[in-house]
Write a protein that binds this ligand. Structure first.
Ligand SMILES: Cc1cc2nc3c(=O)[nH]c(=O)nc-3n(C[C@H](O)[C@H](O)[C@H](O)COP(=O)(O)OP(=O)(O)OC[C@H]3O[C@@H](n4cnc5c(N)ncnc54)[C@H](O)[C@@H]3O)c2cc1C
Length: 379
């Protein structure tokens, strides 16, 4: 089947760019699994904050906010975000990290309030007074990831695009100005191939004869357990350690917690490690009065980074029509509107969108040719 754009990977990256590109031509979105969103996209913590990641990430997040609060017609009937505070806590020995974190937070938001221990404990009633010494609060947001991902896919279909599941890209060749992708569901062809394969993106590049960008998939663990009996935490904020050694938040009547681990892993259907689960329990029990008995659910997902922890977006310099949309790390949901907008402008060779420029996002910072990816570009 011949089309204008072939996208590999139907996580948030592939779905979001497919939704935008379908306004410019025919799109086929290829997904290896039997359903889209099975890997990292379906395993996130779903929070939105401009106070996270490096400066480029913060700019991309800020540029995405408007889309989530006011999505295009037909995207969804549900709100994509709901207000939920984020409480950053520090022990006395974390004073200097706290000061740094507070300065960084204030640089991107006017809404950061330093609060006392009484207020912190009132916001999250099981916090231990003898653990927390410093705290600041920001009015953060939770995202509805299913609605966001589903909305992108609906938009793509409404514009005539096609999602093909059980379609693992197994061979990729460039012949006569066209990329040919062999899958169990058939052969697909297009002059432009978008690599949005998450943790597998460097494997896709190798399959296509393109140099990898040096992607490092990192495992992150999550557990869900019942909250303390008789304490209503439904409206409580997410609590995050100032050095991001753990976080926890109310989740549909229970508590979701993570040790915020970053363990290198090959791309795979990653599963949680018992040691990381034990570390999560230990850190949460140290900071709170919660006693974690049974763990109701546990999972892990791969957050994939390149050397400078900034996504890679743009055409490969050495291979006509091969386009990168990878390295979203721990920010891929909240930055997806801006990333898809940026990627579409570059893939269709349009001028750079004004709202991205206004928010400080420029193509050079995302480029596969940038100095931070030097080793690759020296070849
Ligand atoms: C525990 C955890 C918490 C997180 N919390 C947040 C958060 O609070 N906020 C936030 O914004 N982000 C968060 N993230 C990060 C976010 O989830 C990721 O950045 C994002 O989901 C990456 O999306 P993706 O589309 O690049 O990857 P994926 O969702 O992994 O999609 C890639 C797809 O490519 C497919 N694929 C691979 N190889 C092939 C092939 N050969 N042929 C066809 N298809 C192929 C895969 O099957 C997969 O479906 C979190 C991540 C984790 C793990």
């Amino acid at each position: 089947m011949i089309t204008d754009f072939l996208v590999i990977g139907a996580g948030i990256a592939g779905a979001s760019i497919a939704s935008r590109l379908s306004e410019f031509g025919r799109v086929v979105l290829l997904e290896r699994e039997e359903r889209p969103g099975y890997h990292t996209t379906g395993r996130s913590a779903a929070f939105f904050t401009v106070n996270y990641g490096n400066q480029v990430i913060r700019s991309l997040t800020a540029a995405s906010r408007q889309f989530f609060s006011n999505p295009p017609d037909g995207f969804t009937n549900h709100p994509l975000m709901s207000p939920r505070g984020i409480l950053t806590i520090a022990r006395a020995d974390q004073f200097s990290e706290y000061e740094k974190n507070l300065a960084g937070a204030r640089a991107v938001s006017d809404d950061i309030a330093e609060i006392g221990i009484d207020d912190a404990v009132q916001l999250f009633p099981t916090l231990r007074r003898d653990y927390v010494s410093l705290a600041h609060y920001e009015p953060g947001l939770y995202m509805d990831v299913d609605q966001i991902h589903g909305g992108y896919l609906r938009q793509m279909t409404a514009h005539g695009g096609t999602l093909v599941c059980d379609a693992e890209a197994r061979s990729i060749e460039y012949v006569g100005g066209v990329w040919n992708v062999g899958t169990p569901a058939g052969v697909y062809e297009a002059p432009i191939l978008i690599n949005a394969a998450g943790a597998w993106a460097d494997e896709i590049a190798s399959l296509a004869g393109v140099d990898p960008v040096g992607l490092n998939p990192m495992r992150r663990t999550v557990i869900i357990f019942a909250g303390p009996a008789g304490v209503n935490l439904d409206k409580a904020p997410m609590v995050i350690d100032v050095e991001e050694k753990f976080y926890f938040k109310p989740e549909a009547g229970k508590i979701l917690a993570s040790p915020a681990d970053e363990t290198p892993s090959p791309p795979c259907d990653v599963q949680p490690d018992e040691l990381d689960i034990a570390v999560t329990v230990e850190r949460v029990e140290l900071a709170t009065n919660m006693v974690i008995g049974r763990i109701d659910h546990k999972w892990a997902g791969l957050r994939s980074f390149v050397a400078d922890r900034t996504p890679v977006v743009g055409f490969d310099p050495g291979h006509e029509g091969f386009f990168w949309l990878v390295g979203q790390g721990g920010y891929g949901i909240m930055t997806s509107p801006a990333m898809a907008h940026a990627a579409t402008a570059l893939a269709t060779k349009q001028s750079w969108p004004e709202d991205l420029a206004k928010n400080g996002v420029c193509p050079e910072k995302l480029s596969p040719l940038r100095p931070a990816l030097l080793k690759r570009n020296e070849k």
